[in-house]
Design a protein around this ligand. Structure first.
Ligand SMILES: [Cu+2]
Length: 155
């Protein structure tokens, strides 16, 4: 499995070397549906096609009072916890996967309902690269393999 992933990444880098794809790409973003005043999260695959390290240092959106970069992990007593990340480095040519149970963009205090089928705007802030703004579709987490421990309240 590891080998297949490595080949895929190498292929992507080759493509970018042939023109286009330079920069930092965000692929397949999706936001967890949620209710006003609640919390939600955004997931995606980030790929750093530049030839230097880029660090994700924050995000912003008008759909939440606060937007933070979080890392979920299992604590020693078996409960999931989330820790705010001030900076997540993406080495040159590598990927960072934001997914349930791992790194995610956290929406704290939604200013509106996020209904399945909605599209929201999210801007990522990087150290070493310009902002990346994208449209993010709202999905039902149960259909994205994202239910369970991440839950609606504590993504
Ligand atoms: Cu979180």
């Amino acid at each position: 499995m590891k080998k297949i992933v490595a080949i895929f990444v190498a292929g992507m880098i080759l493509l970018s070397a042939c023109g286009g794809g330079e920069g930092v790409e965000a692929n397949e973003p999706w936001a967890r549906s949620g209710l006003k005043d609640g919390n939600s999260a955004v997931y995606m695959m980030l790929t750093n096609f530049t030839d230097s390290e880029v660090a994700l240092i924050g995000a912003s959106s008008d759909v939440a009072a606060a937007v933070e970069v979080h890392l979920s992990s299992m604590s020693a007593d078996g409960t999931m916890q989330m820790v705010k990340q001030d900076s997540v480095a993406i080495p040159a040519g590598e990927e960072l996967e934001l997914k349930p149970g791992s790194y995610h963009i956290m929406f704290i205090g939604l200013t509106r309902d996020l209904d399945v089928g909605d599209e929201i705007t999210l801007t990522l802030h990087f150290d070493g690269y310009e902002d990346v703004t994208m449209a993010v579709p709202v999905m039902d987490a149960a259909n994205m393999g994202g239910s369970g421990m991440d839950g609606h309240n504590m993504p």
